[in-house]
Design a protein around this ligand. Structure first.
Ligand code: NAD
Length: 553
């Protein structure tokens, strides 16, 4: 047996003979630091400062030709090296995602391995882009081979084991029991991790406005902040964040919505269209202010990042304006764990291969509480909207295959020609957390031919979503520590990044981006952007995929 790598927490049941005796999985190991030797990077005890040349080009169509002019803009990035002591406060911590994430962190932190029918299983962070995927940082001159490191090594990032866990739920079931209710994790793991989960205790009471989630959730709502005064609710949430921060001596709290999908909020002029109107609407307890919007506003006013892992339009225009005003970070919407992730790869593959998808028909069935909530029409609508625009940018990028919109076209026609795209979700209790997703891609190929591809995708929903919550939280914390100055604009001071964290797009189905800028749905472009940004912060440019040395003599 491998030597002990973790000391026993002393909390496991006597049968937990495996605790601390299985080596740490590579995805849970502490990263090896990287030092870049370049005139473009300087390191101090406090900061890493890098120079970055943003290379692009301006392309204009005029007089029957494209005129293209390369551009270079110099920037500097400053990253604070000290990782914040970070708390993760989940809204909906007692749900499938919340309990699975908490148990995963605790199992990794305490080195809890467990028996399955196929042997001993070790805790890990598989499925986390930051912890379990790698990037090339160069070639080893002695071998000529590329050197790969985990993405989490590029810059100092919070280790998931170090996150302090807490949060709210309208269900007051203590965390050990809530994990049991979720029916996601193997029993031998649940049995061992339960005493640690019990220490997190009962979730904080939350706000419950029955109109926003499905009526079938009512029976769960036994842990709610009393009253209907939304201003008082906002103040309670702010006090909860402050108290959690103080109790655990935290530098930073990431607030993460992993609660039920809400219905869409109506955007009403004078109510939620500007920051001031929204704050006034909260004061007057306007019925169209949703719980998730209140959590977002509370986080923004506390200066803590807020991420929305569900599809509803939490970020009404008033929230975005408030985040801009307070320079407080927000990111969303909706975790991209299974079908949509595959679709963003598959549709891109087809369109980039010069094949024309005519229809994409997606069918899902699932049996967990998320599926139960989504079986109500208004909540399904939120999910349908978030899943539906995922192929838009790929279609827009190829007007050889799809006709552009006619000038002045309105409504649906404003999108131009588009594949038919439908999404169906059905609640089938028997399959529990094991979601089934079936997609048919029906495409036009050469000389009027047709091609049909069917994909059947079985996802353990919460096991795919959990690592995304970790990635989003860890990146959100990191991005609060990165500042920039635009040298061509004559900036002398470093400024924080723009509050909408579109660099989180890889993990999100309907990425929220800076108003007026285009959404990128292509998974490979989203990953390249993240990789390029992190590398820019340590003075490394480009992805290196050109591999020029392999193309020349
Ligand atoms: P879940 O139903 O198991 O958990 C949601 C929890 O939120 C429940 O415990 C519920 O009591 C609680 N809740 C509801 N309203 C609340 C409120 N106002 N305040 C505090 N708690 C509240 O669902 P899940 O499977 O954990 O998924 C969570 C969310 O993530 C859902 O909105 C789902 O659509 C979204 N999501 C999940 C996945 C996935 O793969 N699991 C993927 C994308 C998005």
């Amino acid at each position: 047996m491998a030597p002990a790598t973790n000391s026993s927490s002393g909390l496991n049941t006597p049968e937990s003979e495996l605790e601390g005796f299985v080596a740490v999985h590579p995805t849970a190991a502490r990263p090896v630091p990287i030092a870049v030797q370049s005139e473009n990077v300087s390191y101090s005890d406090e900061h890493i400062v890098s120079k970055f040349f943003n290379r692009g080009s301006e392309a204009v169509f005029a007089n029957g030709q494209y005129s293209v002019k390369p551009t270079i803009k110099p920037f500097e990035f400053q990253t604070t090296r000290k990782v914040s002591k970070t708390g993760l406060m989940m809204v909906g911590i007692g749900g499938n995602n919340g309990t699975t994430l908490s148990a995963t962190i605790l199992a990794n932190r305490h080195g809890i391995s467990w028996h399955t029918k196929s042997g001993i299983q070790q805790p890990n962070y598989i499925g986390s882009v930051l912890r379990a995927s790698t990037v090339s940082i160069g070639t080893d001159p002695s071998t000529g081979k590329e050197v790969y490191v985990p993405i989490s090594s590029i810059l100092p990032m919070v280790h998931p084991n170090d996150l302090v866990l807490g949060g709210w739920d309208i269900s007051g079931l203590p965390m050990d029991k809530a994990m049991e209710r979720a029916q996601v994790l193997n029993w031998d793991l649940q049995r061992q991790v339960a005493p640690h989960m019990a220490l997190i205790g009962k979730p904080l009471p939350s706000i419950y406005y029955p109109d926003f989630i499905a009526a079938n959730q009512e029976a769960r709502a036994d842990n709610v902040i009393p009253g209907t005064d939304k201003q008082a609710h906002l103040e309670q949430l702010r006090a909860d964040i402050r108290a959690f921060k103080e109790k655990h001596g935290l530098d930073r709290v990431v607030v993460f919505w992993t609660a039920n999908t809400e219905r869409y909020s109506d955007i009403i002029p004078g109510v939620n269209d500007t920051a001031d109107n929204l704050l006034a609407a909260i004061k007057s307890s306007h019925s169209e202010v949703s719980p998730s919007t209140l959590f977002a506003v509370a986080s923004i006013l506390e200066g803590e990042p807020f991420v929305n892992g569900a599809p509803q339009n939490t970020f009404v225009p008033g929230v975005i304006e408030l985040a801009e005003r307070k320079h407080s970070f927000i990111g969303g919407d909706d975790l991209k764990s299974g079908q949509t992730k595959l679709k963003s790869v598959f549709a891109e593959f087809l369109v980039n291969a010069g094949i024309k998808p005519l229809s994409i028909a997606s069918y899902n069935h699932l049996g967990n509480n998320d599926g139960h909530n989504l079986s109500a029409e208004p909540q399904f609508k939120s999910k349908e909207i978030s899943k539906s625009s995922v192929v838009d940018d790929m279609v827009n990028a190829n007007r050889l295959l799809y006709k552009p919109p006619a000038e002045g076209a309105k409504g649906k026609a404003a999108k131009g020609e588009h594949p038919d795209h439908i999404v169906v979700i059905k609640y089938v209790p028997a399959v529990g957390d094991s979601k089934r997703a079936i997609d048919e891609y029906y495409s036009e190929i050469l000389m009027g031919g047709r091609s049909t591809i069917n994909i059947f995708n079985e996802c353990e929903d919460s096991l795919l979503a959990t690592p995304l919550i970790l990635d989003l939280s860890i990146l959100a914390e990191l991005l609060t520590r990165v500042k920039y100055r635009d040298l061509s604009a004559g900036h002398t001071e470093f400024k924080p990044l723009y509050p909408i964290l579109s660099l989180l797009s890889y993990m999100l189905k309907a990425p929220l981006v800076k108003p007026g800028t285009d959404v990128v749905n292509s998974l490979s472009r989203q990953r390249n952007a993240l990789e390029a940004f992190l590398k820019a912060c340590i003075g490394l440019e480009g992805s290196g995929d050109l591999l020029l040395e392999t193309r020349i003599w």
